[in-house]
Design a protein around this ligand. Structure first.
Ligand code: GDP
Ligand code: MG
Length: 176
């Protein structure tokens, strides 16, 4: 293969969380640099790929979205298979979605993902400051109590999007 094609790492990341928290928006913003105000019911594919260079290493990220399944039932367990990381997303303007992460999504991850999986808690829509329901300190404290990283993002403004993935990839390169 061409020297430029070499890869140091390939990581599978999966994004979970309640419908409407912005999972698809985060994926489209990060991979395609676009944002839409309308609900994106499906992106038509199961995952998107982005290749990044971090600390001199070439890393291919295969990032899985739920294709709307979260509206009907728990995500099937095979979704979590071989995931290096699970990104658990809530909406900082909707405390129900934050409770869901704690009571539903995290237990699914703990039941179905491998024991080395790295979990990241993401509070999305941090641009909507005036509607905030979940304080940043709550998210931080909860994540810390279960050994997860925590960050707040906006798929709309792209705030902290690169930081989310860089911090995650640096962590993954140490573990895998
Ligand atoms: P999903 O069901 O979790 O995939 O959520 P979507 O990505 O479809 O987003 C649901 C709605 O929230 C859409 O109207 C998006 O435009 C909106 N949305 C997603 N992320 C953000 C964000 O960071 N800020 C704001 N203001 N709106 C967002
Ligand atoms: Mg979606």
């Amino acid at each position: 293969a061409d020297e430029d094609d070499h890869l140091d790492y390939l990581f599978k990341l999966v994004i979970v969380g309640d419908s409407g928290v912005g999972k698809t928006s985060l994926l489209l913003r990060y991979v395609d640099q676009v944002f839409s105000e309308t609900f994106i019911s499906t992106i038509g594919v199961d995952f998107k790929i982005r290749t990044v260079v971090i600390n001199g290493k070439r890393i291919k990220l295969q990032i899985w979205d739920t294709a709307g399944q979260e509206r009907f039932k728990h995500i099937v367990s095979t979704f979590y298979r071989n995931a290096n990381s699970v990104i658990l997303v809530y909406d900082v303007t909707d405390s129900d979605t934050y409770l869901s992460v704690q009571h539903k999504w995290l237990s699914d991850v703990n039941n179905y993902a491998g024991n080395k999986v790295r979990r990241v808690l993401v509070g999305n829509k941090c641009d909507l400051a005036s509607s905030r329901q979940v304080p940043v300190e709550s998210g931080k404290a909860f994540a810390e109590s279960v050994g997860m990283m925590h960050i707040e993002t906006s798929a709309k403004t792209a705030e902290n999007l690169d930081k989310l993935f860089v911090d995650l990839v640096v962590d993954l390169m140490e573990v895998f």
